[in-house]
Design a protein around this ligand. Sequence first.
Ligand code: ARG
Length: 459
Amino acid sequence: MAKLWGGRFQKSTDKRVDDFNSSIRFDKRMYRQDIKGSMAHAEMLGKQGIIPKDDADKIIKGLGEILADIEAGKIEFLIDAEDIHMNIEKLLTDRIGDAGKRLHTGRSRNDQVALDLRMYLLDEAKELRAMLLNLLDVIVNLADEHTETIMPGYTHLQKAQPITLAHHLMAYFEMLRRDLSRLGDWEKRCDYMPLGSGALAGTTYPLDREFVAEKLGFSNVTRNSLDGVSDRDFAIELSSVLSMIMMHLSRFSEELILWSSHEFSFIEMDDSYSTGSSIMPQKKNPDVAELIRGKTGRVYGHLMGLLTTMKGLPLAYNKDMQEDKEPIFDAVDTVKLCLPVFAEMLATMTVKKDNMLLGAKGGFTNATDAADYLVKKGMPFREAHEVVGKLVFYSISKDKSLDELTVAEFKEFSDIIEDDIYDAISMTTCVNDRKVIGGPAMDTVKTAIIEGKDFLSEQ
Ligand code: ARG
């Protein structure tokens, strides 16, 4: 097939080079953005009198028909036509002849691909945003059901102090809310329209860049033509936002995997969100959570891959940059795969409240509160810490929890302990006395949930 750029060549490209060079396999998914961008460019060329208005109309009509044909599955893209940009341009010229050949006036594939990728990622970001909001919604509603579900909080994966499941869930609400905000920040920096940068040095035609930007829904135009064609910060930055989302999902997945183990037994995954073993009949595995944890690795890998591809590239465009698409596409696809499945897994799991409470009661999670009890009765904290440490040691030897000790036993360690100790170290007191802003007290968490729901309804 004759190349659109074939003029200065005497020989045709080696078949192997055609295959090697071609990106249509993976960049065809940007067909909609490519066509939209070309329509806006053509309209602007016509408006500015750079090409005849008539030709601009023919181009826009032709592109509209090509779009419909692609969506109806009627088009087969050609490897020889290299990428989505030249495939569409070739389809157009085959259909409308000379007018089609005027489309590329004042434009280069270098600014075209920069535009298409930005538009594609901005479109995907809208879906990511909706998926994040849905997950936040699932989390806040689950938290609402569990404001009184007491569970152990951990540090070093050792039982630390009692909290509620709602409080634990709302920690993830905060992480994912930040992810949403990071995505919004990214959108602002991606919102620059690069057409007009040309191959690298702009163009001699009187393009109306602002008109094209407005047509395509951009708020700004890029400010330097070299940067306009060679900037891929937006792809790297988005993969960093995506990596952070995956890191959060992975931490959450890890907890769900632990919690569904026999040893914890805090939750049970729904049958529809777990799988069995081909050999061990008893097994019910949390594969979904494991896969999400696993897929985190590939998203991080794409971030590192993109950074490395861009490292050391001289200005302006280099073909290396064609390697930006597969990683960023896969990173987006992976997160879009994980978010809804994670949300549904969470919404369908069963919480074993009794086991959570039992878990909170074991492991002396109320030891700090016992020390605080002594402090409130006048003992200095360091001394109280020591007394309770000894109480814990004694209780372990008796295989008892603190609240199973008698007042007489308590008094062996400190005679200021009275029978109001039991209320002071009950799980409910331990949770509810932590009323500090951001703390786990049931009323405090209820307030956080209301604030979270308000936040979601404002989005
Ligand atoms: N397929 C190319 C890419 O993805 C488009 C730009 C090619 N430009 C060029 N001058 N070869 O980067």
